[in-house]
Design a protein around this ligand. Structure first.
Ligand SMILES: [Fe+2]
Length: 287
């Protein structure tokens, strides 16, 4: 009986700790070097998997922390909302951010489907069908566009930034079948400096070598629940746990994979996998 009480207390304490971990958002900084030249270094804020579901003091405080800084670029890589009731808080918080080139975003699976508790559990296992309930994606799209956010749905744009010319490719969500790589990469020139925004890094399976210089993605949540010494239990990437988070190299590209900021409203737990925002300094190859 005493053992049962001790085990129950330990489990309760663990759940509390895991819930608390979702509120402790880190701001991680990295510097990466591209193979191509840049006349100036770029400071980029990468936010992913915010999973806005309504007003959130945690997210409000987090955005307040970032509001005093100005970035060259801000990229959002999907799962912007968890449900439509998160849209007003999402927009209000994004308005706090400052970027010289605005905010560019792509959508993720939670922006297309409204997950029930059961969906959220089942979806953690490979090969499962999408949830039955469609998200009201149009409401999010309208809100983002009305507030000046550059939502990229299988499209690209050339950006003249100071002395540099960059090409930004925004791929719609591949995990729900909305990605069209051919359309997104048209026109495409591998000699240009090419940046890719995608919800999942798995799209690299359909890309060639040395096509993309720098990519930004999320979706994996870093595994969200990690075990000591073993790492993540599930990663949401078919590329393997190595690609669940961090700065990686893939087919000649530097890949910035975020653990994400949110955790989803049905599984509000993280273990050994704190939520994160990434501030990336990008340097070009020196002549
Ligand atoms: Fe997510």
């Amino acid at each position: 009986m005493i053992i049962l009480v001790i085990l129950s207390a330990a489990f309760g304490f663990l759940l509390l700790h895991m819930y608390d971990e979702t509120k402790r958002i880190e701001i991680n900084t990295h510097t990466v070097l591209l193979k191509k030249p840049l006349q100036q270094s770029l400071r980029i804020l990468h936010l992913s998997d915010m999973h806005f579901a309504g007003p959130s003091q945690t997210l409000e405080r987090f955005f307040d922390r970032l509001s005093g800084q100005e970035f060259d670029f801000i990229f959002l890589t999907g799962d912007i909302m968890d449900c439509v009731s998160g849209i007003p808080a999402c927009v209000a918080n994004l308005k706090k951010l400052k970027s010289k080139t605005g905010i560019h975003a792509v959508l993720g699976n939670h922006d297309y489907f409204d997950y029930t508790f059961l969906d959220a559990i089942i979806h953690n296992f490979p090969g499962q069908k999408q949830p039955r309930t469609l998200q009201k994606t149009d409401l999010l799209v309208d809100a983002l566009l009305r507030n000046g956010i550059h939502l990229m749905r299988n499209e690209n744009k050339r950006i003249h930034y100071g002395p540099d010319e960059l090409w930004l490719y925004g791929l719609d969500d591949a995990t729900t079948g909305h990605a069209n790589i051919r359309k997104t990469l048209d026109p495409f020139n591998p000699r240009h400096t090419n940046f890719l925004l995608t919800h999942t890094i798995d799209v690299f399976l359909d890309l060639g070598n040395d096509e993309i210089d720098l990519s930004f993605s999320g979706h994996s949540h870093g595994g969200q629940i990690c075990l000591p010494f073993l790492g993540p239990i599930l990663t949401h990437t078919i590329l393997g746990r190595k690609y669940a988070e961090g700065i990686k190299r893939m087919k000649g590209a530097v890949c910035c994979v975020s653990r994400g900021i949110g955790a989803g409203r049905w599984i509000p737990f993280r273990l050994l996998c704190r939520p994160e925002a990434i501030i990336l300094t990008v340097e070009g190859k020196k002549h």
